[in-house]
Structure formats: structure tokens, C-alpha cells
Design a protein around this ligand. Structure first.
Ligand code: GLC
Length: 481
């Protein structure tokens, strides 16, 4: 099967979050399945261009029509990737060059990704590459199914489109004029894209794509409700037969405590006692916390954004620190009020709290390895990957039972049995505190059971092989073969 995957980011070339991780591992997992030919289309951002590690050659170039304008696009083929995935970068100095190196957050993001979406289709046409399946991800490539149906059907009569929602909060809203000025689509595509008298790219994809998926089973069900769907619940409910949840995996080669080059000591499920102890001591030292083996170290690696559940942590942090002997370590950047809060908390409790307000992948790995308990109280979470990273490194998660957190962290009982971590059901600070206290009680009072839970977490299979098979099922369903 010929599978083309389109996304706005993909590790290791460009990554801002979980989408980038998925776009590293899913294409590779699909390429491992016999008979598949997999290509990945990404924008040629400045920092990819400047990285000498990526050898490229130009395959073709052309002008992309954006309404009444034309913009140059080049197609660069990556020459040195050897896992069976063919990577193509769409080159445009105007849209993806310079820009201070930031992937997103530019005033013309809607136009940049409208350009990217059209350029991908034009690139395939120019290369006479006719995929069976297009897999598009999030709002940045959400225009592709609508464009395909409206203007490219004579070139790609049999190509089917799967649209995957990683985060429904960002939908690609644009004002009405965008349709005429930039999209250059025929008149009848307007109603496909229109919502509240504006353009909504994600709505268009949900209507136009043959199938829609999201990144966990629970989130697929949650998306039927206004609380989660950010205005798209009605449209999703109308086509609920199209929607499937496939829970993400993690890249078990990158996230492997036996080989991770960022770690000061290596270990596996059988040797984790010593290995994790060494990682914990080194981590405490690195972040300036007292080096104590006996104290539970609670950790969090996160974007400091509201929906990650930080308001709950803000609400309970002092109570937790007064009542329990524990250490708390946070790594991440984001909303200023949270950055300020954690800095302040670290000043107030210098021996108990460390706040690293930065983006540091190496430190993130050392935190997964050196922590005892991993906090992830997200208000909503389409899938979430770091709870799986944490478990793979033997760090026990405490999570809000929502979305992918619910699917990947089945709850344990008070004895730490029957699941993989501690969960709370309703989104409030006291229930979160309750779950944390259960985790701390197990750590303090029943170390044997806590270790057994760590072991159970470490031996789970979070690899991409199972989800990749489920994507194949969807592809077959679309194609009818
Ligand atoms: C988004 C979601 C996250 C998910 C990731 C990869 O970042 O917020 O829950 O794990 O995409 O699908």
C-alpha cells in the first residue's frame, strides 16, 4: 500500500510536542509492515535547512496558486533516512525560512499551512506519485481532504483520506475572506469549510475525509461532548460512524532506559532498583535538591498550559508540601502565570521544590528515569505520551482519568495491584490530592508493592506495532481491500 503522511512537524527534524513524536514513530512502524511504501511530507523549516545532518536533493519545483497569487515551492527529498520512510520537505523561503526559527505562532499561520497543504498535493502530482492513502494530521493539513475532493480528483481518482485529530483545540479558524483570497477553491467548497460565518479547516476535514481518527479510544468518545470538542461536537456526532480512536504508542527505541544516552546510569525491568537509584541521586544533584534516597520524588515534564491540569497543582501544592515529606520537580515552559508560580514555589521551598523553566529533552529523559512518581492531571488529554515514557522508565503515574490517560493507565487499588498507576475521576484538586496521597502512602508504607508496580509499568508494551496495525485496518476499510 502506498501511504503518504502529511504533517506540520515530525521528529527529529522539527518538533514542538507530541505530534512531532508521533510523526517520527508512526511512519516508521507503517514502513515495517510488508508491502507498504511510506512517504512523509513536512515543511522545510529554517532549522532543518541549516542542519548539516540532513542531506537533501531537489526533486522538482513549481508555483502554488493561492487565490490570485502564485508562490514558489520546491520539493526536497531527504537522502539519508534508511528505515524505509521517504521524507519530502516542502521548501518555501517565504513561508518556512527565517522566522526566528519558530515553527508556529506567526500572524500568517493559516496562509502558511494552506500553502503547505496545496503544495503537498501539487508535489505528488508533479512527481506522478499516486498514493492509495493520505493521512493528514491536525488543522495544519486539514485542508488537504477538502482540496483533494474539490480540485484534484482527476489526478488522484482513487486516493482515500484519513484525517487524524491530535488536538481539537486548534482548528484552523480564518475569517470569511480567507476563502476567496487564499484558498482559491470552487464556490461549493465554501459550505464544507464554513462554520459560524468563518472558515474552519478542521470542520472541513471532518466532512471531507473518508475516515477520521483520533489518538485514543476514550478521547474518540469524549469528542461527542461539548466539554471536549471545542465546538465540533455536533459535526462529529453527525458523522460518528467515521470516527475511530487509536491509542498512540511511544518510540520504544528512543525511550529506552537501557540505552538512552542522556542518562547517567542504565537499567531495565530486572535491574531498575540500582539503576533508578543512581539516576535519582544524579537528578537531585543536577536540579539542586537534597540528595535523599528515601524521599519520594514527584516529577512533571509538561508544557505549562492550563489544560495540562496545572491549576489543580497550583491549588494543592502548598497543602501537599506541608502535609507530606516529598520533593517536587517540574520541567517546562508556557503560560507566564504558571512559570511565575513554580519559580515562587521553588523559592519558598528550596529544599523541596525545583522548577526548571526551560525546554530540555536530555533533562526530560533524566527526569523520567530519576523520578518516583509522575504527575499528569490534565483536564483533557487526547492521548498523552509522557505518562508512557514515565512508565517505561519505571516511574509510577498519577493521572486524571481522561482521554488517553484513561486508556494507558488503568487504576491500581490501595495495595498497588490490578493496574498501572493512580487515577482520579472528577477534575478537582482534592481528588487529585487524594490520588497523590495514595501513591505516596504506597511508596512510604509498602515499598515492596511500589517496586512491583514499577516493574509492571516497565514491562508494558507501548510500542507502535499494535497501533500501526490498527491504522492499517482503517486504511483497508477506506480502500475496500
Ligand atoms: C497532542 C495531544 C496529546 C497527544 C499528541 C500526539 O499533542 O495533546 O495528547 O499525545 O498530540 O498524538
Amino acid at each position: 500500500m502506498k501511504i503518504a503522511i502529511l504533517a506540520s512537524e515530525g521528529a527529529p527534524y522539527a518538533k514542538s510536542g507530541g505530534l512531532g513524536d508521533v510523526m517520527e514513530a508512526l511512519p516508521a512502524a507503517l514502513a515495517r509492515i510488508e508491502g507498504n511504501e511510506v512517504s512523509l511530507f513536512l515543511p522545510y523549516y529554517q532549522k532543518i535547512k541549516e542542519n548539516p545532518a540532513y542531506e537533501v536533493e531537489q526533486v522538482c519545483y513549481f508555483q502554488v496558486a493561492l487565490g490570485w497569487r502564485q508562490q514558489y515551492a520546491g520539493v526536497m527529498r531527504l537522502k539519508n533516512r534508511f528505515d524505509g520512510v521517504q521524507v519530502y520537505f516542502i521548501d518555501s523561503q517565504y513561508y518556512f525560512g527565517g522566522r526566528g526559527g519558530a515553527i508556529y505562532g506567526h500572524g500568517d499561520d493559516s496562509e502558511r499551512y494552506a500553502f503547505f497543504s496545496r503544495a503537498c498535493l501539487d508535489a505528488m502530482a508533479a512527481m506522478e506519485y499516486y498514493p492509495d492513502v493520505l493521512q493528514c494530521n491536525d488543522w495544519q493539513t486539514a485542508l488537504v481532504p477538502t482540496m483533494l475532493n474539490a480540485q484534484y480528483r482527476s489526478i488522484f481518482p482513487y486516493t482515500k483520506c484519513l484525517f487524524t485529530i491530535h488536538n481539537i483545540e486548534y482548528q484552523g479558524w480564518a475569517n470569511r475572506d480567507f476563502f476567496d483570497d487564499t484558498l482559491g477553491l470552487p464556490w461549493d467548497a465554501r459550505s464544507v469549510l464554513e462554520m459560524n460565518n468563518s472558515v474552519n479547516m478542521m470542520k472541513g476535514a471532518i466532512v471531507s475525509a473518508e475516515l477520521v481518527s483520533t489518538v485514543s479510544e476514550t478521547y474518540a468518545r469524549e469528542l461527542m461532548y461539548p466539554y471536549y470538542a471545542h465546538g465540533l461536537d455536533n459535526i462529529l456526532s453527525q458523522v460518528s460512524w467515521k470516527l475511530t480512536g487509536i491509542t498512540n504508542g511511544i518510540d520504544v527505541n528512543t525511550f529506552n532506559p537501557e540505552t538512552d544516552p542522556a542518562l547517567p546510569a542504565h537499567y531495565n525491568a530486572d535491574t531498575f532498583l540500582e539503576g533508578k537509584a543512581a539516576c535519582k541521586a544524579a537528578l537531585q544533584e543536577e536540579v539542586g535538591l537534597p540528595v535523599r534516597a528515601d524521599v519520594p520524588l514527584m516529577v512533571m515534564v509538561t508544557r505549562l498550559a492550563g489544560h495540562k491540569g496545572l491549576d489543580l497543582l497550583v491549588y494543592i501544592a502548598r497543602k501537599l508540601l506541608w502535609e507530606e515529606d516529598c520533593q517536587l520537580l517540574i520541567l517546562g515552559t508556557g503560560e507566564p502565570q504558571f512559570e511565575a508560580f513554580f519559580r515562587e514555589l521553588a523559592n519558598e521551598f528550596p529544599d523541596r521544590v525545583a522548577a526548571k523553566i526551560t525546554f530540555d529533552l536530555g533533562l526530560a529523559s533524566r527526569i523520567y528515569a530519576g523520578g518516583d512518581i509522575y504527575l499528569m492531571p490534565s483536564k483533557s488529554e487526547p492521548c498523552g505520551l509522557s505518562q508512557m515514557n514515565a512508565m517505561r522508565y519505571g516511574t509510577v503515574p498519577v493521572v486524571h482519568a481522561t482521554g488517553g490517560l484513561k486508556d494507558t493507565v488503568p487504576p491500581v487499588n490501595e495495595q498497588g495491584e490490578g493496574g498501572l498507576g493512580f487515577t482520579f475521576q472528577s477534575y478537582n484538586g482534592d481528588d487529585f490530592l487524594g490520588a497523590l496521597k495514595r501513591a505516596l502512602a504506597l511508596y512510604n508504607q509498602n515499598p515492596e508493592a511500589f517496586r512491583k508496580l514499577q516493574y509492571t509499568d516497565m514491562i508494558q508494551d507501548f510500542s507502535w506495532d499494535v497501533p500501526a496495525g490498527k491504522y492499517m485496518d482503517l486504511f483497508h476499510r477506506m480502500l475496500g481491500w
